[in-house]
Write a protein that binds this ligand. Structure first.
Ligand code: KIV
Ligand code: NA
Length: 264
């Protein structure tokens, strides 16, 4: 089978089909999610936190994310892989943004890029689209701006909602193929979704969006504390911890390895 493309994404909105996106950062989880039928995998700059242990997405670099993105492409067969552009790799202008996006496509095989912001990054988004690079937008609680927001808080309340709507329309006009709405009131996400012909991908944005995204460690129960908008679909943290504890006990007790794990 072939990979999911931007045409499939557009067709899903035309048909009113909802779809899931998950983050992935390595080949093995990429294969699991790909085989589960997740059509779009995002190598998020959330890797800063869930892979690299930073407490925000600010510090992660292009060089940190390139090998993870390449691994997700190698580990998947069907999914479209979206490379998240990290803070400081596109803000300086069109040339910087284009160079970064080109690096991701050439060096990882990713099929699209994502950047945070609306009208302020429009020249970058337009240049990427003009170069044949599919662009996913990201509005609302854009974590690369956490210092400007003064924390991780709901965005787009009141009059800010009209600014967000204008940003979403500007991204669509610039040729973006989808836009993530993070941590915004459901009513605003519903209005944006109805106003755009490209799909909205919600995270903490209510049930009206065309698609939903979660960070896999959040949805699988690895992250100790999660936001209100996260649903835990599994308790992988407990499963892994139990496996490690049992392994430790069996090594200490001489139970592992048994004859069937040994060569004679
Ligand atoms: O980095 C990330 O994981 C993201 C998603 C939460 C949209 O940007
Ligand atoms: Na991100």
């Amino acid at each position: 089978g072939r990979r999911v493309t931007v045409r499939d994404i557009a067709a899903a909105k035309a048909r009113g089909e909802r779809w899931p996106m998950l983050t992935a950062y390595d080949a093995m989880t990429a294969r699991v999610f790909d085989e589960a039928g997740i059509p779009v995998l995002l190598v998020g700059d959330s890797a800063a936190m869930v892979v690299y242990g930073y407490d925000s997405t600010i510090p992660v670099t292009v060089d940190d994310l390139i090998p993870l993105t390449a691994a997700v492409v190698r580990g998947s067969k069907r999914a479209m892989v979206v490379a998240d552009l990290p803070f400081g790799s596109y803000q300086a202008g069109v040339a910087e943004g284009l160079n970064t996006a080109v690096r991701f496509l050439k060096e990882t095989g990713a099929h699209a890029v994502k950047l945070e912001g609306g009208r302020r990054v429009l020249p970058q988004a337009e240049a990427m689209v003009a170069s044949g690079i599919p662009v996913m937008g990201h509005l609302g609680l854009t974590p690369q701006s956490v210092n400007a927001f003064g924390g991780y808080r709901v965005q787009g309340r009141g009059e800010d909602g009209e600014e967000l709507m204008a940003d979403a329309k500007a991204l669509e006009a610039a040729g973006a193929f989808a836009v993530v709405l993070e941590c915004v009131p459901s009513e605003l996400a519903e209005r944006v979704t109805a106003s755009l012909s490209i799909p909205t991908i919600g995270i903490g944005a209510g049930d009206a969006c065309d698609a939903q995204v979660l960070v896999w460690q959040d949805m699988a129960g690895l992250t100790p504390r999660t936001a209100k908008f996260v649903k835990r679909y599994a308790d992988v943290g407990t499963v892994l911890g139990d496996a490690a504890r049992t392994f430790a006990e069996e090594v200490a007790g001489g139970v592992f390895p048994a004859p069937e794990h040994s060569y004679r």
